[in-house]
Design a protein around this ligand. Structure first.
Ligand SMILES: [Zn+2]
Length: 204
């Protein structure tokens, strides 16, 4: 059996797998140090994001955790590097450019390999609306089967799927750096990135 990929490990941690399939993987995890460590990492990471009695972790601690996450782990097989193509917080919109872009929303375009993620964040700092669309760089193919997980440290994960236009939406998103995990199930790959509230997106 080859190593268990990150998407499967996340399914295991979140117990989204039939008992029968789980056992095979559990046996591998118990025997394979590499996968065991991956599982421990995801278990710690994801369980730390669940419902908790924490109100807000101190900002410096959150920053430390977020900064630690992409750097201390090697990139996972099947994970791709993210980079920011555009961030309206850093590049004010040209007057003639994106019309309808208002000052009270932030727009980002994040590229993960050949996937562009268009994001608009609006609303109150503690109750944000995050709308987005997934588009492939060189293809008109619509991404209507992606699952998107949004994690804010110390808060319950929010899950959604893209609609037939590749669009998704999260409402009532609390403050804090937002960690996105996009599972392109039809392609068997995962894209991930984080967005800080103030300055820039963190590349993973
Ligand atoms: Zn393994």
């Amino acid at each position: 059996m080859s190593h268990v990929d990150a998407a499967t490990i996340i399914d295991l941690v979140e117990q989204r797998m039939p008992e029968s399939a789980r056992e095979t993987y559990q046996q591998h995890l118990a025997a394979c140090q590499h996968c065991g460590e991956e599982y421990d990492f995801w278990w710690t990471f994801l369980s730390g994001l669940g419902p908790s009695r924490l109100t807000d972790a101190p900002n410096d601690l959150i920053d430390e955790c977020i900064a630690m996450f992409p750097k201390t782990k090697r990139p996972f097989a099947g994970f791709q590097r993210a980079r920011i193509l555009f961030d309206s917080f850093r590049q004010p919109l040209p007057a003639m450019g994106m019309r309808g872009g208002s000052a009270d929303s932030r727009r980002l375009v994040i590229r993960v390999d050949d996937l562009d993620v268009h994001i608009r964040i609006s609303g109150k700092q503690y109750c944000r609306t995050i709308q987005g669309q997934l588009l492939f760089l060189d293809s008109k193919e619509l991404i209507d089967d992606a699952q998107i997980s949004l994690c804010i440290l110390g808060r319950a994960n929010q899950l959604t799927s893209t609609n037939t236009y590749g669009e998704f939406r999260f409402d009532g998103v609390p403050g804090g750096p937002a960690y996105f995990l996009i599972n392109l199930s039809s392609q068997g790959r995962i894209a991930q990135f984080s967005i800080k509230e103030d300055s820039d997106a963190i590349q993973c």
